[in-house]
Design a protein around this ligand. Structure first.
Ligand SMILES: [Mg+2]
Length: 215
């Protein structure tokens, strides 16, 4: 049986929250944007950023730079700012060596998620990447997990695991898809996951510890 391990990207495998603040600060400083623009971007793109956010930015603050230029600058800035720990990178390698098929399942725009995956080195340490914008389905919809399994040529999701920081998207969505779940969290808001760990490295260790035990 193929053992599937699905991982969320933002604030699970990679630290988006910290990187986002750093990126927006540099972005606004480089372009000479005022504090009100910075605060607006921090609020509007806190969860997720899309090209359309920069269309709104141009209209709201009469910015003349083209949307594509703003978006590409932001994508590059985020890719530079987001980090993944050596423990997670080596852990992904260990998982694959142990026979797990590892897939990133993430909501977001394809180009920025792929830029982050490449810059952190996650992309060469996983078997496949399933991004909502590219497949037209978002977590927590069950279809995105099925699509991730299909990318691996798996018959279904039986015996698979989902690891992520979002109670709704990763845990509730993963369970609805029939996956077992590991919630990367302080565990404080009462969602029922199979396991709760404080970071992705802990989730990887847990999966590796299931080795031979058929979970
Ligand atoms: Mg996340």
């Amino acid at each position: 049986m193929q053992r599937l391990a699905f991982f969320d990207l933002d604030d699970t495998l990679a630290d988006r929250t910290l990187g986002f603040r750093t990126c927006i600060r540099s972005f606004c400083s480089d372009l000479g944007f005022a504090e009100d623009v910075e605060q607006w971007l921090l609020k509007v793109m806190y969860e997720r950023a899309y090209r359309s956010d920069f269309e709104r930015l141009r209209e709201r603050f009469a910015v003349s730079a083209p949307v594509e230029e703003l978006w590409q600058r932001y994508c590059g800035g985020m890719a530079d700012a987001v980090t993944c720990t050596p423990a997670v990178l080596s852990g992904l390698e260990r998982l694959r060596s142990a026979g797990w098929s590892v897939v990133v399942v993430t909501n977001g725009a394809g180009d920025i998620q792929r830029a982050k995956l490449a810059r952190t080195g996650i992309d060469v340490r996983v078997d496949a990447v399933c991004i909502s914008e590219e497949v037209g389905i978002r977590k927590p919809e069950v279809g995105i997990f099925r699509e991730a399994a299909r990318l691996m040529g798996a018959d279904g999701l039986w015996g698979g695991w989902m690891v992520g920081d979002s109670a709704q998207n990763d845990v509730v969505g993963g369970r609805a898809a029939g996956l077992r779940t590991i919630w990367v969290s302080d565990g404080s808001d009462g969602v029922e996951a199979d396991h709760v760990v404080s970071d992705a490295a802990g989730a990887i260790d847990l999966l590796l510890g299931l080795e031979g035990a058929r979970a």
